[in-house]
Design a protein around this ligand. Structure first.
Ligand code: SF4
Ligand code: SF4
Length: 64
């Protein structure tokens, strides 16, 4: 799964880059709606939010 961590500064860069509009504001910072996130399969070669985030606030967590 792809998650936005607490380092996020709400810079907005990832929001328009998500093909499924899965990124929205949470209580403290942006977060990814897991029901909408497709991990960019079929859109980009890697998670696009991960690719565009300038400060490594997006984590790729291996599914168990
Ligand atoms: S991995 Fe892709 S689909 Fe999921 S939130 Fe990031 S940009 Fe959107
Ligand atoms: S690009 Fe990174 S720092 Fe900016 S809003 Fe998205 S997750 Fe947060």
């Amino acid at each position: 799964m792809i998650v936005i961590n607490e380092v996020c500064i709400n810079c907005d860069m990832c929001v328009p880059e998500c093909p499924t509009e899965a990124i929205g504001m949470g209580p403290q910072h942006y977060q990814i709606e897991q029901n909408l996130c497709v991990e960019c399969e079929g859109y980009y070669p890697q998670p696009n939010c991960y690719a565009v985030c300038p400060i490594d606030a997006v984590d790729i967590i291996a599914d168990n």
